[in-house]
Each structure stands twice: as structure tokens, then as C-alpha cells.
Design a protein around this ligand. Structure first.
Ligand code: AVJ
Length: 330
């Protein structure tokens, strides 16, 4: 990877190195009565690649819906920004393929901005930087390897200029209802009055469509979730046999979420060297790995107001399966 062309900088603040946190989170999650592992740890280099593959799957509609939305409304979005300089902050930027649509528009319109992608995966940011470099040679890019919360902390200390924050792809869906309120209130408080947030929500729809998006026929979603065990094996000396865990993902209508887990197909005991202990798994016992919450448009609007934002506009795809909602910090 060729980086650090002077305009491109990727930093990983010291307090964001997540090595021991991973071990602690695994210990906590696997000792609990209801076992779970935090989904943010899926995204190492392999997990991030698998997620890029997911975004190309025929079943995974959210990416295509959002591309349609951004393509259709990017010039309208650009009009909101005007001539004053701003930071384009991209939370959970990933490989940046969707953001590129906006970068192109804003650059062509002569908007003055610096680009601040924030992602937990350093490899994703590096890929993005290398991918953008030839086309956007004058772009000021400062990538930050951090989780969302560290990202907000960074924002609140560097918010002298206007911000236009992107939180796309229904990344918000991984938080439960209470966590999403807390997070968005925290985000609001790290912004200046008048700053804009473009936030993507996957909308409730026919359950089969949602279920298939997380149960693709190529089995990539399964590999993506199983990557958690893979990572425990590689980084913490775990002894998981991945063939004895089965990915299971379904829509829980009462929660309004796709809930995913790994089921131990037999009773077994697994040793993890870095934790110097074993964990017992009952036959068909689940490890919760991820929830992906779905929204009604009224829920989206209530969330905006409750967290200190005003709704400027809603941008839907033609099927109204997804919305990118534009909010202003009030
Ligand atoms: C990146 C959190 C938006 O929940 O839809 C895709 C992750 N997991 N397939 C989602 C995911 C399984 C995705 N988000």
C-alpha cells in the first residue's frame, strides 16, 4: 500500500488500539448466560473484505438502494452545502464506494471540503485511500482508524469548521433502540449548531426480502459472522472448530430486527489460550453476533427530534425500501 502522499493521512490514535479490548470483550461475551460477541469485531481485514462481497450480493438490497438514492439526489445534497468550507465526515466509511459518488459531485461543484473517513478497519481505509488517489488528487483526506465513539470524541475536539456527517448503509441498525438514541444524542453534542447529518435507515418491508438479504445463497453472510470465531482462533489462540457452528439469521418482528447468531451444533468445550480458560457450549446453544434493526419512517422522524435534530429532507429509493434522511443539528 502506498500511503502518506502528503494529502492522504491515516491515523490510528493510541487510545483506539483495540487488542486487549477484543480479549476482554470475548471473555465477557462468552461467559454470559446468553452468549454474545460484539459485531464490531467482525471487521478485521478478512471481515471487511467479506462485507465488501456482501455489498455486491444480489440478495443484499440496502447497498443498491442507497446507491440509487445517492446517484439521484447528489446534486441536491451538494446544493445544501454552499460555498463555505466544511469537513465531510464519513462514519463507518468502509471501502467508500458509495461516498465516492458524493466526492465526485462535490468536487465537480467546486465545494471546499476535507474528507474525514472514520472506520474501525485500517485495511478498508487504506484501500479507500489508494482507490481515491488517482481520481481525487487534490482531495485533503485524513482517515481515522477508530470505532464510532472514538470518532465522535475526535469530532468534538475538531469542530471549528462546519461538518457534513455521513452515517450511511444503515450502520445505525447495529445499535438497539436505546443505544441508537444515546449515540445520536452524543453525535448531536459533538456537532455545531447547523451542521448536517445524512443518515441511512433500512426500512421495514416484506420479511422474506429482509431475511434473504442475510441468508445469501453463496453463504457469504455465514462466513462473515463466522469470522468472529476465526479471529478468536487467529488472535487469541482459540480452538474453535468452525464446522461445528452454524450461522442462523431471522427477522424478529417484535424487535423489528434481523437477529443473527452462531449455533453450536453439538455440546462442546472450547479452549482460548489468551484467556487461559475453556468455554462450554450446549447443543444448539446460540452466540448472538449481530442485530440489524429496521425502521418505520415515523420512527426515523421521532429519533431525529428526540436526539436534537431537525429533518431537512428524506431521500427514498424508488421502492421505498431504504431512506437517507437529511438532518440538521438544531
Ligand atoms: C454494515 C451493519 C449495515 O446490518 O445490514 C450485512 C452488516 N451483516 N450482512 C447490516 C451486515 C450481515 C450490515 N451493516
Amino acid at each position: 500500500v502506498r500511503l502518506a502522499e502528503s494529502k492522504i493521512e491515516i491515523i490510528e490514535p493510541k487510545q483506539c488500539r483495540d487488542g486487549d479490548n477484543f480479549a476482554r470483550a470475548v471473555e465477557r461475551g462468552l461467559s454470559a448466560e446468553n452468549k454474545s460477541l460484539p459485531c464490531k469485531y467482525i471487521y478485521d481485514e478478512r471481515g471487511s473484505c467479506l462485507f465488501s462481497e456482501i455489498m455486491n450480493l444480489p440478495e443484499y438490497y440496502p447497498t443498491r438502494c442507497e446507491k440509487e438514492i445517492l446517484t439521484r439526489y447528489r446534486s441536491c445534497l451538494s446544493d445544501y452545502l454552499g460555498d463555505e468550507p466544511f469537513h465531510l465526515v464519513d462514519l463507518g466509511a468502509g471501502d467508500g464506494r458509495k461516498t465516492k459518488l458524493l466526492l465526485r459531485q462535490f468536487t465537480n461543484d467546486g465545494r471546499k471540503f476535507s474528507f474525514v473517513p472514520i472506520d474501525i478497519s485500517q485495511s478498508s481505509l487504506e484501500c479507500m485511500a489508494n482507490d481515491l488517489e488517482p481520481e481525487f488528487c487534490d482531495l485533503k483526506l485524513k482517515g481515522l482508524v477508530a470505532d464510532y465513539f472514538k470518532g465522535l470524541e475526535y469530532l468534538s475536539h475538531n469542530n471549528r469548521e462546519r461538518n457534513f456527517v455521513l452515517f450511511l448503509g444503515s450502520n445505525i441498525g447495529n445499535f438497539n433502540r436505546e443505544e441508537s438514541r444515546e449515540f445520536l444524542t452524543g453525535l448531536r453534542n459533538s456537532l455545531n449548531d447547523g451542521d448536517l447529518l445524512l443518515i441511512g435507515f433500512d426500512l421495514k418491508k416484506k420479511t422474506s426480502v429482509m431475511v434473504e438479504a442475510y441468508n445469501d445463497s453463496a453463504g457469504i453472510s455465514a462466513q462473515f459472522n463466522l469470522n468472529l470465531l476465526n479471529r478468536i482462533n487467529g488472535e487469541l489462540g482459540g480452538e474453535f472448530d468452525l464446522d461445528t457452528f452454524k450461522y442462523y439469521s431471522n427477522y424478529e418482528a417484535r424487535q423489528g430486527a434481523i437477529v443473527s447468531c452462531l449455533l453450536s451444533t453439538r455440546k462442546q468445550t472450547v479452549f482460548i489460550d489468551a484467556l487461559d480458560r475453556e468455554f462450554d457450549f450446549g447443543k444448539w446453544e446460540p452466540i448472538h453476533t449481530e442485530s440489524s434493526y429496521k425502521f418505520g419512517i415515523e420512527q426515523v422522524h421521532r429519533l431525529a427530534r428526540d436526539c436534537g435534530f431537525e429533518i431537512e429532507d428524506d431521500f427514498f429509493d424508488s421502492r421505498r425500501w431504504f431512506v437517507d434522511s437529511l438532518w440538521r443539528a438544531r
